[in-house]
Design a protein around this ligand. Sequence first.
Ligand SMILES: O=C(O)c1cc(=O)[nH]c(=O)n1[C@@H]1O[C@H](COP(=O)(O)O)[C@@H](O)[C@H]1O
Length: 273
Amino acid sequence: MVHIRWSKSNMISSLSFKERICAISKDKKSSIILALDPPYGTKNIFDYVIEKIESLSSYSCAIKLNFHVILPLSGNELKKMTKCAHDNDLQVIADLKLNDIFDTNKVVIQHLASMGFDSTILNPFIGKNSLVSITRYAHSLGFGIISLVYMSHPEAVEGYGALIQSQSDHAVETKFLPLYRSFYGNSIIAGVDGVVIGGNRLDIIKECSSKGTPTTNIPIYSPGLITQGGNVKDALASGSNYLIIGRAIIGSNSPVTTIRSIRDSISDRNLYL
Ligand SMILES: O=C(O)c1cc(=O)[nH]c(=O)n1[C@@H]1O[C@H](COP(=O)(O)O)[C@@H](O)[C@H]1O
């Protein structure tokens, strides 16, 4: 089978990040995003990541690089790494959970884009107008924004599940809504490229995936699978579109066998269109 090449050099520049990752995912028949998180103390992180990209790229549509990689490596090494990912038909997501004022977020995105990253995860805690502005700015560079709507760890309920007073409620009676619902609503308004919802939060995935209409529907990116207890098939059945998986694959005895068997076990599922 001939794969479409998605390297930056021949990428159709008019495609957004959302369209690029969707096209790659359909082409490779995989919605797996590899979280390449080498444990602290890993020798030669650059070679480690390059080896994982080259051996696992056929079964994944993107890689996600976290502080595990971004902190210890130089800009030049990161540039070579994103080039290697693009040469292997992978999009590259920076997992910085960005959460700052517009001007600071803008500089971070400029640096990430110049190093070849395709998108970043960002915290919608910055507020609706800031989310709208930073998404518009990122899109002007062909860069994607993935908004963190509900995390996968057990204490996420304390923040993302906390009740806040409804901003738009003019009724006499005070109404409250959970923070994640406001985050999701603001993410739709901003037109982000995706939202992160823990793959072990099936009720929240179902709620958000059913809210979208064909024009507003935002792909759901789900971490928290296998190692953190989430079930891949249940997450997909509930409405997740992309599966962020790290340790269950890269920490296994045979990462290639593991990723292939996960990919094959879900190959009958519809990918996000
Ligand atoms: O934003 C994320 O990617 C993220 C959000 C979240 O709610 N939970 C979560 O685990 N993550 C990240 O997703 C990856 C999950 O890795 P594994 O638990 O090894 O599959 C890690 O890089 C986490 O930092």
